[in-house]
Ligand binder design. Structure first.
Ligand code: SF4
Ligand code: MG
Length: 336
């Protein structure tokens, strides 16, 4: 990979909520990269810090208490965490676009969608050829009869069409990176498949880098080239998609995979990881996954913090990942 291919480079990113001794660290020393034209998954259960990571990239948090505590957010070589508010506004939308789970709450119900797609262009001072650009974007989103759709209001469109409108607005300024946070979670399965296909096409045709945030590994399998699995504010495993699905190394990844496909179990024996993600910032000592891990070892996993160890391909954060027992951590729990 040449330096020029590297689009997003998060280095040791930590996010805190609050300040001083009571601050909660909700994202801890997270590193990941996205290259040009590449889709990278960030996957984990809700509460793992995925969305906080996305907000940190844009330095646009939903709460004034949240902030980037340390680390670098390099986009095309510039550290976004060091930019002043005006510089940051120039980057947002122009170099990075963002789409979220629920399109409805990000659209103005009283404004025709065509005008909403043009909004980022206006905000960046592009006032010429707006109408043509909006129609071009609507075509790109595979919405038939673009001129008519542009005049419609959000409530006249389906959920899937509304998400396409938001993607069009996010891409209006031709950003190099799209951050998509659970973009299909609120949609039903057939609509979801259409949006994922669209994102894949846009990635190829626009050489767009995509950071796809999801709780659903099946979505990652269909869309991404590489994946980072996040648990309790940390990346616990990262790899290319094919080897990660074929031979997951971390017990948490194995558990997530077991909940979408369980080759040895029968139908209706859908597996799920017992327990739940700890409350953000109140992480257990040692390995943060140890209270839920089927192979946790007393005296090690409950006290020593595992480092993220680079492998020939990818990396994982588990004391026992070299031991045979870790290759199939959940076997004894499976229905036979
Ligand atoms: Fe399980 Fe221990 Fe590995 Fe954590 S370090 S995932 S508790 S085996
Ligand atoms: Mg989220």
């Amino acid at each position: 990979m040449s330096i020029a291919d590297l689009l997003l480079d998060l280095r040791g990113l930590s996010v805190d909520i609050g300040r001083g001794p009571t601050a909660l660290r909700v994202v801890n020393d997270l590193s990941l990269t996205v290259r040009r034209g590449e889709a990278v998954g960030l996957v984990g259960e809700s509460g793992s810090g995925k969305s906080m990571t996305a907000f940190a990239i844009m330095n646009l948090f939903p709460s004034p208490l949240a902030r980037v505590a340390s680390g670098q957010v390099l986009l095309e070589g510039r550290d976004l965490a060091q930019l002043n508010p005006a510089e940051l506004r120039a980057v947002r939308g122009a170099r990075v676009g963002m789409v979220f789970q629920d399109p409805t709450s990000y659209l103005d119900p009283l404004m025709p969608v065509g005008r909403q797609i043009a909004e980022p262009l206006r905000a960046h001072g592009r006032t010429e050829g707006l109408e043509a650009r909006v129609l071009e974007l609507l075509d790109m989103m595979e919405l038939p009869n673009a001129a008519r759709v542009a005049r419609q209001y959000p409530h006249e469109l389906s959920g899937g069409m509304r998400q396409r409108i938001l993607i069009a607005a996010a891409l209006a300024m031709r950003p190099a990176l799209l951050i998509a946070d659970e973009p299909t979670t609120a949609l039903d399965v057939t609509v979801q498949a259409g949006i994922l296909k669209l994102l894949m096409r846009l990635r190829r045709e626009l050489d767009l880098g995509i950071l796809l945030i999801t709780h659903d590994l099946a979505v990652v399998a269909e869309t991404c080239q590489r994946v980072n699995v996040m648990y309790a504010g940390q990346v616990v495993e990262s790899n290319e998609v094919a080897p990660l699905f074929a031979a997951p190394r971390h017990p948490y990844t194995q558990g997530l995979l077991g909940s979408i496909l369980s080759p040895r179990s029968r139908a209706h024996s859908l597996f799920s990881i017992p327990g739940s993600v700890p409350i953000a910032g109140h992480w257990p000592p040692g390995c943060r996954f140890h209270p839920r891990c089927p192979i946790a070892r007393d005296g090690i996993c409950d006290s020593a913090v595992p480092a993220l160890r680079p492998r020939a391909a990818g990396a994982d954060r588990c004391h026992l990942s070299d031991e045979p027992i870790a290759a199939d951590a959940w076997r004894r729990n499976e229905v036979t």
